[in-house]
Design a protein around this ligand. Structure first.
Ligand SMILES: NC(=O)c1ccc[n+]([C@@H]2O[C@H](COP(=O)([O-])OP(=O)(O)OC[C@H]3O[C@@H](n4cnc5c(N)ncnc54)[C@H](OP(=O)(O)O)[C@@H]3O)[C@@H](O)[C@H]2O)c1
Length: 295
């Protein structure tokens, strides 16, 4: 199987490539070789490459940057995705698009949100991901659109790592600087390793929109405190100055107008995956991460 990956140098892409480079033929053009906002360049590259699967990861993934540069976000996160979907369809390749749980960030319902809910994005990034989903679905009913959660990993050589949940807490611990987390926020936070393992299973599922990541019933403060306690159990020496309760502080003021709930319900995807392929909950994922990593 020949897989064309856009954004292969990014956080997700670099880890996908490292994991699957021996199992699949991977085409990993750089940004300069395949600028997704250039429709002609996309057509030229993909028509020649003729992949079986297009894994479209290239995007502006920084929500703040999108808020400051809405035109650029539109060009890359909407038009770039559309260009890729159109050409993937033309060469009969399965199209996999990374959308985001940020699509749910204006919703006021509580609990794990299913894909069927009417969504109300509140920021440029979420709005653009939603628009891209709509445009892709019109192009290609077989396209797979994955609403990914915030993902984490340790920093690794030759792989891009953004600030993320475990790195932020590791830095706080190293510098002994307390961090605050919102008590009025609910979101799934997912180990990138599970994302990368599960992705190839999604090449075979029916087209449509799927939540894609960890379910989480804890609020973000509770999640962070639970993680710090797991770290303490593994490395008690790191907590001799600040205890987990002193390192992780509650912020009850953030999201004061309505609880920010972008936590996802995973029933739809889990129903079409093999029965032994499942995302862990956020807490279970963090437990496994602490078990295996030295952070
Ligand atoms: N990271 C998360 O926690 C998270 C959560 C939910 C959803 N997502 C989504 O998951 C996907 C992958 O995210 P990520 O964290 O891996 O992103 P990332 O680390 O920011 O990487 C983005 C990639 O896109 C490339 N790129 C940007 N503009 C491009 C353009 N115009 N043409 C071609 N390539 C371009 C970048 O290449 P250069 O660096 O060379 O420009 C880079 O390889 C994105 O769609 C993101 O929105 C991510």
């Amino acid at each position: 199987m020949k897989i064309l990956i856009t954004g292969a140098t990014g956080f997700v892409g670099s880890r996908f490539v490292a994991r699957w480079k021996n199992e699949y033929t991977l085409l990993t053009p750089s940004h300069a070789e395949l600028p997704i906002d250039n429709a002609e360049a996309v057509l030229r590259y993909v028509s020649e490459a003729r992949p079986d699967v297009v894994l479209h990861l290239a995007a502006i993934s920084n929500t703040w940057h999108c808020e400051q540069h809405p035109e650029e976000s539109k060009q890359i996160n909407v038009m770039g995705a559309l260009h890729m979907a159109q050409v993937a369809k033309a060469v009969d390749a399965k199209f996999i698009f990374f959308s985001s749980d940020q699509i749910y960030n204006g919703n006021e319902e509580l609990g794990g949100l299913p894909e069927s809910i009417a969504v109300k994005p509140e920021n440029v990034y979420g709005y653009d991901k939603l628009e891209a989903e709509h445009l892709i679905a019109v192009q290609d009913a077989e396209a797979i659109m994955l609403r990914a959660t915030w993902m984490y990993d340790a920093e690794r050589e030759n792989m891009r790592t953004h600030p993320n949940f475990v790195v932020n807490i590791a830095n706080a611990l190293r510098t002994q600087t307390p961090l605050t987390f919102a008590t009025r926020e609910y979101r799934g936070i997912t180990d990138i390793r599970e994302v990368v393992e599960i992705l190839p299973h999604c090449f075979k599922i029916p087209g449509g929109i799927y939540n894609f990541g960890a379910e989480n019933t804890l609020n973000t403060y509770e999640t962070a405190l639970a993680y710090a306690r797991l770290l303490q159990r593994k490395k008690p020496d790191a907590f001799t100055i600040l205890t987990p309760e002193q390192l992780i502080l509650a912020d009850p003021e953030r999201f004061s107008t309505h609880i920010r709930n972008i936590s996802i319900d995973m029933q739809k995807l889990h129903a079409v995956l093999p029965h032994n392929v499942r995302f862990s909950t956020t807490l279970k994922g963090l437990e496994k991460f602490v078990e295996r990593e030295y952070i």
